[in-house]
Each structure stands twice: as C-alpha cells, then as structure tokens.
Design a binder for this molecule. Structure first.
Ligand SMILES: Nc1ncnc2c1ncn2[C@@H]1O[C@H](COP(=O)(O)OP(=O)(O)OP(=O)(O)O)[C@@H](O)[C@H]1O
Length: 255
C-alpha cells in the first residue's frame, strides 16, 4: 500500500531521515518508535508531503507520489491527523465532519449538488460522530470543546475522509488518563478494516505493544530495527540504546 525507498532529508549538514526503505501492508498497524529527535515526525512529514525529500521516493498503491504536494497526497489516500490543525474552530462539530464527508464525496463547489446531498452528508457525519462518541456535542463549536474531544473530532474528520493510509503522530499526547482509551478504541476499530494501513508514532510503549502488528525503530534518522513487536521490544540493543530503557526496567517493559 505504502512504501518508502531510500527516503532521505537533510537540513543543512544534518541528515534527519537517512535512506529509510520500508513497505507498509494493508491490514497492519506499524508503530514507529525511537528517542527524541530520531526523525519520526520528519519521516511522517516526508510521507505526507509536508516537507520535500532530498532523495528517495514515496509510493502509494504502487504509484510514485514523490512529486505531489501534501493536498494531492491527501487526495490520493494519505490521511494524517495533525495535532488539531485540521479543525475549523468556528464551525460546529457536525459541520467539521460534514465538510470532510463532503470532500470525500467530492461534492466540491457545486452548490446544487451540495444542497441536494446535504441530508445524506449530515447523516454520514452523524454516523461518524457516533463512532467517535461526539454525537451529543454535534452543535458545539469545535473551539469550545475540551482538548480530548478536539482530538476525537480530528480522528472523526480523518475517518470521514476514508483514506487508505491513516497516520497518527502521538494521538494521545496531552490527553487526560480517562480520554486516552477512547482514542485507542477508535484506532482499534480502524484496525478491524483490513483494507487500511495504519502508521503510529507513539512514545508510550504499552500503547505500542497493544496496538501494533509491527514496530520499526528509527535512530539518528536511520531504520535500525524492524519486526514483530515482542522481538523488537525485547531486543536489548533497542531497549538500551533506542528506547532509553535501563536494563533494570526490562522486567517492567516485559510485564
Ligand atoms: N525543519 C527542520 N529544520 C532543521 N532541522 C529539523 C527540522 N525538522 C526536524 N529537524 C531535526 O531533525 C531531527 C529529527 O526531528 P524529528 O522531530 O523528526 O524527531 P522525532 O523522532 O519526531 O522526535 P520527537 O520524538 O521528539 O518528536 C531533529 O534533530 C530535529 O532537530
């Protein structure tokens, strides 16, 4: 579904992502882990087209999308949650999702079509809001929602866009303890659709271990480990050097 070939970016003399080659299959959730500054977010930015690669290629469904900008990549099927920047703060929760449903339906700017399809669009928007547990807040302004609800709304918008690839960068960051399970449940639900490819950047190893089918580890921009979760997490070199875990804490991680 998604593949990077020798993907590289340099900022001045610093190689932030270095010749990363990796393929991500449909029906899998791959966690991308590594210490701060390892290049995880930059790798995401290269895939979604936020920044331009210095070298290498990104393929989606076998097509080379390297020359496309971020909007065209989104249209091609790459869906990324952007730390709340996808939200229209002054629109209601329902309107935010409705716009995403509409974009998906490619109703575009044809006003007649928008009007005639409006009921369908709203119905689909409401279905999505049920899924992300925001139906009772459909009339609230997005800006008035607490942080956790805004993150849920962002996932809802992404779901409404129905991308082939879902990219989550620390989706539970800044959430309260009781909000975290809601987002994790949503990602679990997404996993049930075996046609979707999910990429997750996440520091919380308990989340990674529970959700992922595969873990890749970046360090200094390089791909240094790739495999099924138990073996990657258990690997001493990954624990000590790349996840910053002391050998004494190993028992805790393995538990
Ligand atoms: N636009 C930029 N210009 C210069 N250097 C950058 C830029 N973006 C990222 N970097 C550098 O690239 C490296 C990788 O950063 P990146 O944010 O991708 O790491 P990360 O693994 O996501 O870290 P974290 O876990 O802290 O979010 C860092 O050294 C960072 O300072």
């Amino acid at each position: 579904m998604l593949e990077t070939q020798d993907l590289t970016v340099r900022f001045g003399g610093h190689v932030a992502v270095s010749a990363v080659s990796c393929a991500f299959a449909p029906g899998t959730l791959t966690a991308i882990v590594g210490p701060n500054g390892a290049g995880k977010t930059t790798y995401f930015n290269l895939i979604s087209g936020q920044i331009k690669a210095s070298a290498g290629r990104v393929l989606l469904g076998g097509s080379d999308i390297s020359s496309l900008g971020a909007p065209a990549r989104a249209q091609a099927g790459l869906g990324r949650a952007f730390q709340l920047t996808n939200l229209f703060p002054n629109l209601t929760v329902q309107e935010n999702v409705r716009l995403a449903v509409q974009a998906r339906a490619r109703a575009g700017l044809n006003l007649w079509r928008i009007w005639s399809d409006r009921r369908d669009l709203l119905q689909r928007a409401d279905e999505v809001l049920e899924t992300v547990a925001l139906a009772d807040k459909r009339d609230a302004l997005a800006s008035s929602l607490p942080h956790g609800d805004q993150r849920k709304l962002e996932v809802g918008i992404l779901m409404a866009l129905e991308p082939q690839v879902f990219m989550f960068d620390e989706p539970t960051a800044g959430m309260s303890v009781d909000e975290v399970p809601v987002i994790l449940n949503l990602i679990r639900k997404l996993k049930e659709d075996k046609s979707k490819t999910i990429l997750l950047v996440e520091h919380k190893m308990d989340v990674v271990r529970e959700l992922s089918d595969r873990i890749i580890v970046l360090h200094n921009g390089e791909l240094v480990a790739d495999g099924e979760p138990a073996s990657v997490i258990a690997s001493p070199v990954v624990q000590q050097a790349y996840l910053g875990i002391n050998p004494e804490e190993k028992e805790e991680v393995a538990a």
